[in-house]
Design a protein around this ligand. Structure first.
Ligand SMILES: Nc1ncnc2c1ncn2[C@@H]1O[C@H](COP(=O)(O)OP(=O)(O)OP(=O)(O)O)[C@@H](O)[C@H]1O
Ligand SMILES: [Mg+2]
Length: 508
């Protein structure tokens, strides 16, 4: 099916999120959309999927103008979408989730489970998307959840599939699998609109690239364009894809973890006797495939989960029993991997979120009274400094674009004196221009003498920032190596190869 968008415009009040967009997606084409955070990509997709009503303009399918009153209409017309933020029901099975919305019901609205399971099997065979129809969504890894979302979109025979930043939460292996799925769908004639901030992915899979900036299409490019060219088109200026930094001036250990073990709520030992030191003026990168204990380790350092064994100390002081608030007050900065869960309060304004863990300080309150003028001035400064694209400081964080929500969290954590900065996936969902900025800020924080711990599943990010790299596998730190270590060796360690084994991995 051929999709043509003509002069599509979307205004929110006086703000124009999409400004007369023209775009053509040919049958069986993988069309990539690139653009800064807040450029208007998700807004455009939400109009195509019937979630938003265009202010002006037309959508044509095979030359026929269409209008959608909701996603049901879009699906019926052959457009499926996988959202930037997952919309599955965690306590339902895979089959139930896939059939939700277009379920065959048996009498009194009861889902026909057997039919649902059968249909999911058929779909998953047809598109080679392997899932267990009976698994509970909450029990399966995000990569598989993604597959379920795709199946759900395909269940109504979508001829055009919209994937809005599907790879932001996937591991490199899961991304490879997704690319395979996309190729398969393309071969079967499905058109795909693919949104990502990772230029490498665009170059690998795209047939055509359109770039959106501030609500307008600013150009198209072939996948043979260089990453630097694409970055410049997106951001409108030259972007340093790798941040320059001096050698670290390493000081004393600041944060020490000794023999940390964590048992998860299901009773599995997920962190196994982990010890490390984070030293002043140094970036310690923690590399690993998602799900090897990094999440739980970091949460235990912050007091978000209690370790079952071990000791955590900050400048020699035992903080093992501290809760998150005490840890933050002691000078630990924290950028969580899941911003919507631990990073901000969506219904609160940008201004309030920028002082979430700071409002009790003398700077922003005296006794029980808040210094509202100081809070407002802080918001103004941070919005400017971090280039947070928001209508105003009053806007609820929930209505910001994904990348701009991340910038709110990052800006807040950089707003106070830190002894330690712990950042998990600090640039998840963030555009290349903002990655450059956040990376520079992390290095500046290091150079100020802060001990920095970065957890990332992106090898690029680990290499760009780290002075030492600790590799986690199966709940343990299996090796600590220098950033000179070749990628293949790091990859092997991440996959569980034994350090110093036959592959000759050195230990730093
Ligand atoms: N419901 C809404 N009300 C008001 N403003 C909105 C609404 N939805 C989106 N916006 C604004 O429209 C702009 C475009 O947002 P959109 O989510 O489309 O960006 P995006 O290109 O998908 O960015 P990202 O890469 O960060 O996901 C943003 O400035 C956002 O704050
Ligand atoms: Mg978006």
């Amino acid at each position: 099916m051929r999709l043509e968008i003509k002069g599509l415009t979307k205004r929110f009040g006086s703000f124009t999120a999409n400004d007369s967009i023209d775009l053509v997606v040919e049958p069986g084409e993988i069309h990539c959309l690139l653009g800064e955070n807040g450029a208007g990509k998700s807004t455009l997709m939400n109009m195509l999927y019937g979630l938003l009503t265009p202010t002006e303009g037309e959508i044509l399918l095979d030359g026929e103008p269409v209008t959608f009153d909701g996603p049901g209409d879009a699906l019926a017309a052959g457009i499926g979408m996988v959202h930037q933020h997952f919309m599955l029901v965690p306590v339902f099975t895979v089959a139930e989730n896939v059939m939700l919305g277009h379920e065959q019901t048996r009498g009194a609205g009861v889902l026909n489970r057997r039919a649902a399971r059968k249909q999911v099997r058929e779909l998953s065979d047809r598109y080679r998307l392997h899932v267990d129809p009976d698994a509970l969504v909450e029990d399966i890894p995000v990569g598989v959840q993604q597959r379920v979302e795709i199946l759900k979109a395909l269940a109504s025979h979508a001829k055009i599939l919209i994937l809005d930043e599907p790879t932001a939460v996937l591991t490199p292996q899961e991304i490879e699998e997704l690319m395979g799925i996309m190729r398969e769908l393309k071969a079967q004639g499905t058109s795909i609109i693919f949104i990502t901030h990772k230029l490498r992915e665009v170059k690998e899979i795209g047939d055509k690239i359109s770039v959106i900036r501030r609500g307008k299409v600013v150009g198209t490019a072939p996948p043979s364009a260089s990453e630097n060219e694409l970055a410049e088109m997106m951001v409108g200026r030259d972007v340093q894809l790798v941040v320059g930094k001096e050698a670290a001036n390493v000081g004393e250990p600041v944060l020490k973890a000794e023999g940390i073990s964590v048992v998860d709520p299901r009773g599995h030992l997920v962190v196994k006797d982990v010890s490390f030191e984070a030293r002043a003026g140094e970036v310690l990168g923690i590399a690993g495939v998602q799900g090897n204990g990094q999440t739980e380790l970091i949460k235990s350092l912050l007091g978000l989960v209690k370790p079952d064994a071990g000791r955590i100390s900050l400048n020699g002081k035992d903080i093992s029993r501290h809760g998150p608030r005490q840890s933050l007050e002691e000078g630990i900065g924290y950028i969580p991997e899941d911003r919507s869960h631990d990073g901000y309060v969506g219904t609160f304004s940008v201004r309030e979120n920028l002082v979430l863990d700071l409002y009790r300080t003398d700077e922003f309150s005296s006794g029980p009274a808040l210094k509202l003028d100081k809070i407002a001035a802080n918001a103004k400064a941070r919005i400017e400094e971090f280039d947070i694209r928001t209508e105003s400081a009053d806007t609820p964080v929930a209505s910001l674009s994904g990348g701009n929500q991340q910038k709110v969290v990052v800006a807040r954590e950089f707003s106070r004196p830190l002894k330690v900065l712990i950042a998990s996936q600090p640039t998840r969902g963030v555009d290349v221009g903002s990655i450059e900025f956040i990376h520079k800020r992390i290095i500046a924080e290091r150079d100020r003498g802060t001990a920095v711990v970065i957890v990332s599943t992106e090898l690029e990010e680990i290499y760009a920032l780290s002075d030492r790299i600790a590799v986690m596998y199966d709940g343990r730190i299996v090796a600590t190596v220098s950033p000179e270590t070749p990628r293949e060796q790091l990859g092997l360690l991440m996959a569980g190869a034994v350090p110093g084994g036959p592959d000759g991995t050195e230990v730093a």
